[in-house]
Design a protein around this ligand. Structure first.
Ligand code: FAD
Length: 467
């Protein structure tokens, strides 16, 4: 086996001998792929088709022992390392150029304890897989709104979802994590063990180690009243104002997403999506105004199993398309914000792009901002623009459009982004990152100094160590 040119944490190149690579391979139970080998091309691809990076090695970990080997190998050789959970992150932080990609996609174990109403799921599980296992027992917890998103990245950054009105964010339902820290140690963090670390992994992203398993609190989650109502774009200003007023006073059982999109026939529409997790008769009452306000183009709200609710947005975000996302938290939707969105969407260059408000949900907002590393409890919504297009020739126009909308929307936001939606520019610059962690940043730096002083885990919205 030949020598291998690799990138180090400083960005410089170095060489691993064939013997060093062979020894690493022998110590890892899962496949370790080099460029040119079968399945390498498939393994380096993530959800966003815009991401085209080539790691020197992709270690497809089979379990905790493999993750420990990867961390020790990366540390010994000062390798640039990235961590892949579900591979859904927009800036593609799961894939590094020239370094070691620690790929958890094969770690799919999920074990539900129906008596305690808890679940333990490994770091490569997606929400579709998680919901499949938990719903077999009529249980569930807050998860992402697109089913092939990973539980790992989403939970570590916070985790907005349909059930957050009643149960808080995904990270609010975490009971414990197993993780491998930068020194290769295997730790469990929970309210009792390493509570400082447990605080940090609930909103601090992948900064403190590779999480091999997550344990969550589950809840009884049955069929729910959910779906979308569509209105014509010609009435967008009026409908979005109505959505603003409606969503500002919702009960805990309800959560919403409202925005602008393009229907498959090419017609621009206003879409309001809802999920009512409570008694159906009460849901019918709560949702009646939404369905009878004006004359909707379509009303698709009906009782649905939770697993179906969790796939309602899948078609709008298929894997492999080219994506660019900008986002920020919003405390209240102003008339001027609505005017800004409507005027920009009138000029949207791609029928696959959308603008939306995703509601945090009542229970998510009751948690004090310093209680976990996720700071944004005062916000009512996360606002985001998701530009999407299939053709590389259209990259510039679509990215320019998304940046223009985001720039125009900035005055109507808190000026703070969501760790899970920080774009490539933000990942390179410190200020947007500091803003995303808010006043929790200094405490996160102290944790980083303690658990990752050499910044081994740096391909993320990075908390820079100061030691
Ligand atoms: P990956 O790309 O695998 O990982 C992203 C980063 O997370 C990695 O670079 C690494 O830093 C870290 N990471 C991943 N796995 C581990 C691990 N096991 N240990 C340590 N660090 C790890 N967010 C919401 O809150 N709610 C939503 O409803 C929602 N919907 C979305 C819909 C779409 C279409 C998209 C593209 C994103 C959505 N997001 C949502 C954002 C989502 O939370 C992030 O993209 C998140 O990073 C995805 O996690 P992942 O594991 O799939 O990503």
């Amino acid at each position: 086996m030949g020598d291998l040119l690799v990138t180090t944490t400083t960005g410089a190149g170095t060489t691993l001998t064939g013997a060093e690579v062979a020894a690493f391979r022998a110590n890892v139970r899962g496949p370790v792929l080099r460029p040119g080998e079968a399945r390498y091309e498939e393994a380096r691809r993530v959800w966003n088709g815009l991401i085209d990076r080539r790691p020197a090695l992709i270690a497809q970990c089979a379990g905790v022992a493999d993750v420990i080997q990867c961390v020790q190998f990366a540390r010994t050789h000062a390798l640039l390392a990235s961590v892949r959970g579900g591979g859904h992150n927009v800036p593609g932080n799961a894939v590094c150029e020239g370094g070691l990609m620690i790929d958890l996609a094969r770690m799919k174990g999920v074990r539900v304890d129906p008596t305690r109403r808890t679940v333990r799921a490994e770091g490569g599980v997606t929400w579709r897989e998680f919901d499949h296992e938990t719903q077999a027992f009529g249980l569930g917890t807050t998860g992402g709104a697109v089913s092939d998103t990973g539980i790992a990245g989403l939970t570590l950054g916070g985790g907005l979802g349909w059930l957050a009105g009643g149960y808080g964010l995904a990270c609010d339902n975490l009971l414990a994590v197993d993780l491998v820290t930068a020194d290769g140690r295997f730790l469990t963090a929970s309210a009792e063990e390493h509570p400082d670390l447990f605080w940090g992994v609930r909103g601090g992203g992948g900064n403190f180690g590779v999480v091999t398993a997550f344990e969550y609190q589950l809840h009884a989650v049955g069929p729910m009243l959910a779906g979308r109502v569509l209105y014509p774009f010609s009435r967008a200003t009026e409908v979005l104002k109505w959505y603003r007023d409606f969503s500002a006073t919702i009960p805990d059982a309800l959560n919403t997403i409202g925005g602008l999109t393009t229907a498959p026939d090419g017609t621009k529409v206003v879409a309001m999506l809802v999920c009512y997790h409570g008694p159906p008769a009460a849901g019918e009452r709560v949702l009646r105004p939404l369905r009878t306000f004006g004359s909707p183009l379509a009303d698709e709200i009906r009782p649905r199993p939770y697993r179906e609710v969790q796939t309602l947005l899948d078609a709008a975000s298929p894997r492999g398309r080219r994506y660019y996302v900008k986002a920020a938290f919003v405390e209240a939707i102003s008339d001027a914000a609505i005017d800004t969105l409507v005027s920009h969407f009138a000029a949207v260059p791609s029928p696959f792009s959308l603008l939306a408000f995703q509601q945090l949900g009542n229970a998510a907002r009751l948690v004090p901002p310093e209680a976990t590393a996720f700071y944004h409890r005062g916000a009512m919504y996360e606002w985001f623009v998701q530009a999407a297009w299939p053709d590389p020739a259209d990259d510039d126009g679509n990215i320019r459009w998304a940046r223009a909308v985001a720039g125009a929307m900035l005055p109507f936001t808190t000026g703070r982004g969501y760790v899970n939606h920080l774009g490539p520019e933000a990942v390179e610059g410190l200020e947007p990152i500091r803003a995303a962690y808010g006043p929790n940043y200094d405490r996160l730096v102290a944790l980083k100094n303690r658990y990752d002083p050499t910044n081994l885990f740096r391909l993320n919205p990075n908390i820079r160590p100061t030691v």
